[in-house]
Design a protein around this ligand. Structure first.
Ligand code: ARG
Length: 404
């Protein structure tokens, strides 16, 4: 995809860590090109203040930092919650959702700074390379893509360390990283290290966002989450911006140990991989949102959306966020959420999210219709006789079946 000698200026997704610092230098050495460093703030909570100096010390001609936190929560995390997007039944897609957003700003910065190529630090074994590059292809097919991990002969972390030493690249002291960590406003993910043995449990001190259950408070905490057309808008009646709402929920739910999952997942490239995730706020929002839908959503619309949900999740996971099929699904999901407005009351306690109440000004729930008490003639129970008789028509005398 890339051509040495033809590339003049590359925009590199840069974090200031060992890998991307080495890549920055390597691009200059191998491609004899200029490098613009780019970093999106999506709530990874890494020190970004010293980043431009660090990038320039490593040889970058420029360093651009964009704040994408609100956009991430509003346009990526919340739509995933509205679409009930959960991969393989458990993974809430924190990394998969961030990649297209990072790529979108990446190509914008590349264009604004006159680059003819983009580069990233994702390895050749993972999903992230696919997500980045499918987004590049959709948004800026004219840009060349350089993926050093698929090209160079550095094979390990220690190879990278020696390369850094050779070129005097400033790297922080913590050379031995026990896990591959990816953090943003939605989650923290951990892979690699001892987690590569799927039988082995993680060390407790690995976790960043969530409290261990035995140390979590012994009393439950009640919260009320407000929704408007499927979008979370408030906590306990206080309206909050998307990023602030998610950050606050992370703090509260994290302190109760909510949102840890440990799974072996199927990567798009055909490998099985063990991952551990902390998604406290996202876990609360998925639960609360579904409870909100339970009184506000038409049954058939809900079931259609639910049939679409695993496919929606799979497309997000596989990196097709910017695709006609996702555009189609998101339009349908938006329509499904038109009436999803109201409040959900829940309790957080020792890793659990327990729904305790829901109410809505546009509720479809009717106490009068469903009641076991006298219903004032709104529902004629005698009608159910014919309903069941017709449903049973083709079953008459067909049993017993092998199921028993
Ligand atoms: N397995 C998860 C996913 O594919 C998390 C990936 C985390 N990425 C990383 N570079 N550590 O979405």
């Amino acid at each position: 995809m890339s051509g040495k000698g033809t590339v003049k200026r590359v925009c590199l997704a840069y974090s200031g860590g060992l890998d991307t610092s080495v890549i920055l230098r390597w691009l200059i050495e191998e491609y004899r090109c200029e490098v613009v460093a780019y970093c999106a703030d999506i709530g990874q909570e890494e020190e970004l203040s010293g980043l431009p100096e660090k990038a320039k010390d490593s040889g970058a001609v420029e360093c651009v930092i964009t704040d994408a936190r609100e956009e991430f929560a509003r346009d990526y995390v919340f739509p995933a919650i509205m679409g009930s997007a959960i991969y393989e039944g458990v993974y809430l897609l924190g990394t998969a959702l961030a990649r297209p957003l990072i790529s979108k700003h990446h190509v914008e910065v590349a264009r604004e700074t006159g680059c003819d190529a983009v580069s990233h630090g994702a390895t050749g074994k993972g999903n992230d390379q696919v997500r980045f590059e499918l987004a590049f292809r959709a948004l800026a097919p004219e840009l060349s893509v350089i993926a050093p991990w698929r090209e160079w002969d550095l094979r390990s972390r220690s190879d990278c360390m020696s390369y850094a030493e050779k070129f005097n690249i400033p790297v922080s002291a913590s050379a031995e990283k026990p896990y591959s960590i990816d953090r943003n406003l939605m989650h923290v993910s951990f892979e690699g290290g001892i987690l590569e043995d799927p039988w082995r449990a993680p060390e407790q001190d690995m976790f960043i966002l969530t409290q261990a259950l035995e140390l979590a408070p012994d009393v439950p905490q009640e919260l009320v989450i407000g929704f408007e057309r499927g979008v979370p808008i408030s906590i306990d009646g206080e309206r909050l911006s998307p990023a602030k709402l998610l950050a606050q929920l992370n703090r509260i739910a994290g302190s109760h140990g909510v949102g840890r999952v440990d799974l072996v997942e199927n990567r798009f490239v055909g490998l099985k991989s063990r991952g551990v995730y902390e998604t406290p706020g996202g876990t609360v929002l998925h639960a609360a949102h579904r409870a909100m839908e339970s009184i506000t959503m038409d049954r058939e619309v809900m079931h259609e959306r639910d049939r679409m949900a695993p496919r929606f999740a799979e497309l997000i996971y596989n990196g097709f966020w910017f695709s006609p099929e996702i555009e189609y699904m998101r339009a349908a999901i938006d329509v499904s959420q038109q009436n999803v407005t109201g409040e959900v009351r829940l309790e957080l306690y020792k890793g659990n999210v327990t729904i305790c109440g829901r109410r809505s000004p546009v509720s479809l729930y009717s106490e009068n219709l469903v009641t076991f008490e006298e219903d004032q003639g709104a529902y004629d129970q005698a009608d159910a006789t014919g309903f069941i008789r017709v449903q049973g028509q083709r079953l008459a005398g067909r049993g017993p079946f092998s199921s028993g």
